[in-house]
Design a protein around this ligand. Structure first.
Ligand code: F0G
Length: 351
């Protein structure tokens, strides 16, 4: 058996790369599709989790970043720039190292998880904490990339969408066909756009006989697509999707409408409940934003929108280790014991 080679090598014929393209890769993709027993029982469906936290930097961004950085390198760029709520910057920082490029990242001050900040730092990127939100950061990054010789690697870069569409290919390759429904968290709306592109391509010219309905979920304090207007001061504990004016807004609406799906909102409380359910009942530790997909599925099920017997895939987008504060918060302090078997047994309720 051989190692998974990364999404560009595995799907070369379906990506806009030439025969001589040399991928900048950390062997991203090939992530687990895990059957979700408790969610399946809860909904009466066959639910699977696409665990994107298993990517090299711990989120789905690596799929897009291998493409964006590979292209930037081919075009001779020496530096890349991105705005980020944390995961894009972690990924860009790592892939820039592989490519021997300088990486600049703009993040909203005080609003990115510590693990993600640590990643950008340890990979040696130049970090600016901007006194504004993600939308401000993206405007700045766009402006800088127009004025200076730095390649923009946010999902407004079409290479990013091309890379991320491979997650849909993997789902079909693993299940044998497209699911009935695909559920995603929505922030800047690049990923729902990418999955829809992947599913369409696999149905038009590939192994899938159909496309799924696309269901997207925003956090209720950051739900511009649901509200139908930009949110000037977005808020949510799910910092990864704390976005008030998504760059791929129209494309996300297209994915929703062409697929016969919907985009709705879930509260932070619902997100945290789904986050805990995933960890304590499915054994899958994700970051809060990732739990928005599962919170949305549970909400839809409670609203009677989920017919039993369907095959459903929820993407959980990022690893729980990136933002462990929410795992520790509210949990009881671990008990301290002396180096003594009797004391340990007593405290564990064994004796
Ligand atoms: N889940 C996680 C863990 C994310 O980091 C993001 C986006 C999303 C979901 C939403 O995906 O933006 O394609 O709709 N994070 C970006 C970042 C904004 O900067 O890391 P989307």
């Amino acid at each position: 058996s051989r190692q998974w080679r990364g999404i560009i090598e595995e799907y070369r014929d379906r990506l806009p790369v030439g025969p001589d393209t040399r991928p900048v890769s950390l062997r991203e993709g090939g992530t687990p599709l895990v059957p979700a027993q408790v969610l399946s029982e809860l909904t009466g469906c066959d639910v699977h989790l696409k665990v994107e936290g298993a990517n090299p930097t711990g989120s789905f961004k690596d799929r897009g970043m291998t493409m964006a950085i590979t292209h930037a390198k081919e075009e001779g760029a020496q530096a890349v720039i991105c705005a980020s709520t944390g995961n894009t910057s972690a990924s860009a920082a790592a892939y820039a190292v592989r490519a021997g490029m300088v990486c600049a990242v703009l993040v909203p001050q005080g609003k990115i998880a510590l693990g993600k900040m640590g990643q950008a730092l340890v990979h040696g990127s130049k970090i600016l904490q901007v006194e504004g939100n993600f939308d401000d950061c993206l405007n700045l990054a766009r402006g800088l990339s127009e004025k200076y010789p730095v390649a923009l690697v946010n999902s407004v870069n079409p290479s990013r969408i091309e890379g991320q569409k491979t997650a849909a290919f993997e789902v079909v390759d693993m299940l044998g066909d497209a699911p009935d429904i695909h559920v995603l968290p929505v922030g800047n709306a690049g990923n729902i756009t990418a999955y829809w592109k992947g599913y369409r391509e696999y149905a038009e010219n590939g192994p899938a006989s159909r496309t799924p309905r696309m269901w997207g979920f925003q956090a209720s304090g950051s739900a511009p697509i649901v509200r139908g207007e930009p949110v000037l001061d977005p808020s949510t504990i799910a910092t990864a999707i704390r976005i008030g004016n998504p760059a791929s807004w129209t494309l996300a609406e297209q994915a929703r409408d062409e697929s016969g799906g919907f985009i709705d909102a879930v509260t932070d409380r619902q997100i945290l409940r789904a986050y805990k359910l995933l960890a304590s009942q499915e054994g899958v530790f994700v970051e809060p934003a990732s739990a928005a997909s599962v919170a949305g599925l549970i909400q839809a099920s409670e609203q009677g929108k989920v017919d039993p017997g369907q095959r459903i895939v929820c993407t959980v987008t990022g690893n729980g280790l990136k933002d462990p504060d929410w795992a520790v918060a509210g949990a009881p302090q671990p008990i301290v014991v002396p180096v003594n078997a009797d004391a340990a047994a007593e405290r564990l309720g064994l004796a």
